[in-house]
Design a protein around this ligand. Structure first.
Ligand code: DGY
Length: 324
């Protein structure tokens, strides 16, 4: 029976799927599997279900000589050296599609929370500071009819645009691929990056992490944004320079931020950005609804089952290895 290693407890439906006809071992602790344990456990595995916390590189593949598939339970796969996997004929899969709307829902809620001081408001009440109604208490910025700048009009970016339209927002987008079809259909407007930065009240990031997007948001980008603008990042932490963001918000260069991802991740509890009340930070939970997390694990498991049966997985990252 083919051995499958799973790097965290997953939803029962997905586990049952894997257990049919495979010898499955799961890292049961709710913390990242230590690297030495991981490298030991994959020694006889033909398939591994990974999270974004597992680095899949030459060292990993050296330790896993029988490996046929790495099924990442995430749409992002910057934790995986895909070129190396391809060279070694290891199929890589991810989980696109099933988390799109859930992630956009959360990114939009970060936008709302940052614009309207939802988190400091709660803290204020919790700390017994609420003594009277005040015209000056937690006065935020309007979301409705504001301009939403979307950087990266992929699946999640498009869902953000739809949510923005529901709030009568004007939608600008920047992407390396211009989508005139969507512009015509929805009235969204393409803008070059500088125009988007200077005209948007909210800038929301939905690009992959790669060499072009790493630190895309740092001192230069912040200097081009409105002083009131709020930056949202639910993509990958290193796209935004956290220290530069702290300085930009603190000095009033920009208005605030809503982050689901950070650099470093996890963000240490004593990071100065956490002292700013116009910054909301959450622990990388944008796809964390029960329905979506279940779908993500099932899709990852289905990909493993397919590859071990010699079939094409549903969502390959290196399709050149699986044909079709
Ligand atoms: C992903 O899928 O890439 C997210 O960051 C986790 O859902």
């Amino acid at each position: 029976m083919a051995k499958v290693y799973v790097t965290r407890s997953i939803y029962p439906e997905a586990l049952e799927l894997l257990q049919r006809g495979h010898d499955v071992k799961v890292w049961e602790e709710d913390r990242t599997v230590p690297r030495d344990v991981l490298l030991r456990e994959v020694a006889d595995a033909e398939a591994v279900l990974t999270l974004l916390t597992e680095k899949v590189d030459d060292e990993f593949l050296d330790a896993a000589p029988h490996l046929k598939i790495v099924a990442n339970m995430a749409v992002g796969f910057d934790n995986i050296d895909v070129a190396v996997c391809t060279r070694r004929k290891v199929v890589v899969t991810n989980t696109p599609g099933v988390l799109t709307e859930t992630t956009a829902d959360f990114a939009f809620s970060l936008l709302m929370a940052a614009a309207r001081f939802v988190v400091p408001g709660m803290e204020y009440v919790r700390n017994g500071k609420w003594t009277t109604w005040s015209p000056n208490l937690f006065v935020g910025r309007d979301v409705h009819h504001a301009t939403l700048g979307i950087v990266g009009l992929g699946r999640i970016g498009q869902e953000m645009a739809k949510r923005g339209r529901g709030f009568d927002m004007d939608i600008l987008y920047y992407d390396v691929y211009r989508r005139e079809d969507l512009e015509r259909e929805h009235g969204w407007r393409y803008a070059d990056m500088d125009t988007l930065l200077s005209e948007s009240d909210f800038v929301t990031v939905h690009v992959d992490l790669n060499d072009q997007t790493r630190r895309m948001f740092s001192v230069d980008a912040f200097s081009k944004m409105k002083k009131t603008a709020i930056l949202i990042n639910a993509a990958r932490g290193p796209i935004v320079d956290t220290d530069a963001l702290y300085e930009a918000v603190k000095s009033g260069e920009i208005g605030g931020a809503g982050l689901d991802v950070t650099d470093p991740e996890p963000l240490p509890a004593d990071h100065p950005i956490l002292t700013l009340e116009n910054v909301v930070v959450c622990p990388h939970i944008a796809s964390a609804s029960l329905q979506t997390r279940t779908k993500m694990t099932i899709l990852a498991a289905e990909n493993i089952v397919a590859v071990l049966a010699g079939d094409r997985p549903k969502t390959p990252v290196n399709p050149e290895l699986v044909g079709g």
